[in-house]
Each structure stands twice: as structure tokens, then as C-alpha cells.
Write a protein of this length. Structure first.
Length: 391
């Protein structure tokens, strides 16, 4: 039996420009998730710890950040858990690679002959870990964009015989129309031809598992969300490979290590009394680790004056991130319309007639203009009724 922990896309040192003042806290969450992954590997007594690329968000890293990573890998080494890392597309193995600038194994207190911490490179794309009876393949390139599929020659490589054959790769599995612009792409057919028992993938930030012709391949996803729309991040994979009566089996189990949580809500605008009441309602869910995404739907009352940016600003200290999207529509006129001889009656008839024509056309630009005119209608009704309106 061989047990391993598979992680990838930790993206340590990410800038998080979208988070503003919360960026530093999210970087710490990412490191905490990496540490939690190490904790899990030790508590589960796995044999092998795999990092399938993009451990770092870029090759520009201060030494103290690399030392923090090395200290965690050193904890694994002390527990006699071997680590195998491959570069990704963010920490690509080019001339400026963080893996060239720093000897992570040495920083962790490991010696090359120990084979406890191994970084696979274009010149050394595989390793035979005799103690575990496994060959680990980590094909990668010295450039961000692959000149050809990294799996092209894998099956033909002459490597020592071993019970287990594992692949560690940072790449996208080809999806027509979606992965055409990705730097490194492999196909399901190429995976099927490798003869591997398990292929540990990095690049996609959501955990997912698949099989092709007896080969299990999986994305661990990011152990902590890198962007505030990655609501399926936060996992690592525990993988158990077993051999019974000459047949190999692979069992993959998701485990949560990230702290960031996500909540999506739809609220009917007609149920909101005022902007202050709306803010107080959302504050009841306050959580510094929560990304809250609220979409307003339905028909908005004329009297509801709500500015999404102001709501987000008021809730900024209560959540990791708040997004308010107002997709509600101002109401058309209810009840009897004043006489066309009056200003109010003429205004309502004119604007509602234009809205009806635009909405009937079905044209995208016309529908956008109709949305604007609904706001014009709402504001006009308020002004004609004597209300004060802030534009």
C-alpha cells in the first residue's frame, strides 16, 4: 500500500489586488492552509507529499517566505514523509526560478542523498524512491508555455521497475474551446497512454477526480481560495494505492484545509425596506472568513434608494469580501395612470411606451436602454410626487 497527500496551486505570496487591505490576511490564510496540509499528512502518516506546481505565486519571493515553506517541508522530513515538488506556470523553472535561487531541501535541513525533499526539473524529470517502491514522474519545461505535451515521451522513458508509477504535472486537461490558450495542455488520450497508477494534477483550483482506461487522474485544487470567486477551493486529496491479487486500486478522498467560506444569496428587492435595514440584515452573517455574494432580484419599489458600493463599504469590516449585485428592476406604473393632459400622465405614457417597444425588440442594446428607462421612470415618478431624489 502507498498513501500520499496531493496538493497544488498554493500560490504563496499572491498579491490579491482585489482584496485591498485584506490582501495580507488572505496571504496568511494561504500559508495556514499549506501548514494544515502538512499537519494532515503527518497525522495521516502518509508516505508521500506531492505538490503539483504553483506552490509560489511567482518566482519573486523574499527569502523569509521560502524559509517558511522549507520549515514545513522539514517537518515532513522529520516524520520520514518524502516530498516531491514540481514547478508550475507561476513558479516556472526558468532562469529566474525560485527553485534555482534557493535550495529548498538544504534550507529544510535535508541532504540530497536522503531523497526526503525532491524538486523535479527539466533535467531531472523523475525519481525512483526505492524505499517506497515508486517512480514519480514530474515532466516540466524551462519555459512557461510548453513546446509540446509533457506526457509525449513519458511512457517510453527507461526507468527502474517499481510497483507504483505516479505522475505529478501542472497542466490543463484539454477541453475544446476552453483550454486553447493555456500554457500547458494534455489530453485524456495522452493520460491513458502513460501507464501511470495515479496522475496528480495542478492548475485548476477546484478539486475533481476522473478515470481513463484504468488510470486515475485528479486536481487537488487550491488548498485556500486564491480569488474571491473560487468557492470550490480549500481542499487537498488523500490518495491510497493498494495492490490485491496483482490488481492495483486507487482511492481518492477530499479533505478540507482552507478557512475561506463562500455564500451566495438571492434577495427579493421588494422585501428590503431601506438601505440601512439591508445593511443591518447582512451584518447578522458577519464572518471575517466569509465571501458573501448577494444578488438583488425582482421588482424594486420606487422608494428604495440603494447604492451597492455604499453597502459594500459599510460591510467591509464584517466580511472577507462582500459583493452586492443589483439585478432588480424598477417597477412599471401600477393602478390608474393620471390623464394624458397632465405632466405626470404624459410622462408615464411616453416612457412606458418606449420601454415596451424596446423590450419587445429583444435586441441586447435595446434591452439595456429599456433598463435605463425603467430607472428614468422610477425617478420621474418620485420627483413628480414631490420626493427628494439624490442622483
Amino acid at each position: 500500500m502507498l498513501r500520499l497527500l496531493h496538493t497544488a496551486d498554493v500560490h504563496l505570496g499572491a498579491r490579491h489586488a482585489d482584496l485591498g487591505d485584506a490582501a495580507a490576511a488572505q496571504r496568511e490564510r494561504q500559508f495556514a492552509a499549506f501548514k494544515a496540509s502538512v499537519d494532515l499528512a503527518i497525522s495521516e502518516q502518509v508516505d508521500l507529499f506531492l505538490v503539483a506546481g504553483d506552490l509560489f505565486d511567482s518566482n519573486v519571493q523574499p527569502k523569509r517566505s521560502v524559509e517558511r515553506v522549507a520549515a514545513e517541508l522539514g517537518r515532513l522530513a522529520k516524520a520520514r514523509i518524502r516530498s516531491v515538488l514540481v514547478p508550475g506556470t507561476h513558479d516556472v523553472y526558468d532562469r529566474s526560478s525560485v527553485y534555482r535561487a534557493y535550495d529548498i531541501a538544504t534550507l529544510a535541513g535535508s541532504r540530497p542523498q536522503d531523497e526526503l525533499i525532491v524538486v523535479l526539473t527539466p533535467d531531472h524529470p523523475w525519481i525512483h524512491l526505492q524505499a517506497l517502491d515508486v517512480v514519480v514522474h514530474g515532466p516540466c519545461f524551462p519555459t512557461k508555455r510548453a513546446p509540446y505535451s509533457p506526457l509525449r515521451d513519458l511512457a517510453a522513458l527507461e526507468v527502474p521497475q517499481a510497483t507504483w508509477k505516479i505522475g505529478v504535472l501542472h497542466a490543463a486537461v484539454a477541453i475544446p474551446g476552453r483550454t486553447d490558450g493555456d500554457e500547458v495542455v494534455v489530453t485524456v488520450e495522452e493520460i491513458a497512454a502513460t501507464g501511470l497508477d495515479y496522475l496528480a494534477l495542478g492548475h485548476w483550483h477546484s478539486a475533481q477526480v476522473a478515470r481513463t482506461k484504468g488510470i486515475t487522474y485528479a486536481y487537488a485544487g487550491a488548498p485556500e481560495a486564491i480569488a474571491v470567486d473560487q468557492d470550490k477551493a480549500g481542499k487537498v486529496l488523500l490518495v491510497t494505492l493498494d495492490e490485491k491479487a496483482g490488481a492495483h486500486t486507487v482511492h481518492v478522498e477530499e479533505r478540507s484545509v482552507g478557512r475561506t467560506s463562500f455564500a451566495r444569496q438571492e434577495l427579493d428587492a421588494s422585501t428590503i425596506g431601506s438601505q440601512p435595514a439591508f445593511i443591518e440584515k447582512l451584518k447578522t452573517q458577519a464572518d471575517p472568513d466569509l465571501v458573501l455574494d448577494v444578488r438583488l432580484i425582482g421588482v424594486r419599489p420606487d422608494e428604495l434608494d440603494l447604492e451597492p458600493e455604499e453597502v459594500e463599504a459599510a460591510l467591509k469590516a464584517s466580511f472577507l469580501k462582500v459583493r452586492i449585485r443589483d439585478t432588480s428592476q424598477p417597477a412599471l406604473t401600477e393602478g390608474a395612470i393620471p390623464s394624458a393632459e397632465t405632466i405626470t400622465g404624459a410622462f408615464i405614457r411616453n416612457v412606458e411606451g418606449r420601454i415596451a417597444d424596446l423590450e419587445a425588440s429583444g435586441d441586447t442594446m435595446a434591452l439595456r436602454e429599456a433598463e435605463d428607462l425603467r430607472d428614468v421612470l422610477r425617478l420621474g415618478r418620485l420627483l413628480l410626487a414631490g420626493h427628494e431624489v439624490t442622483l
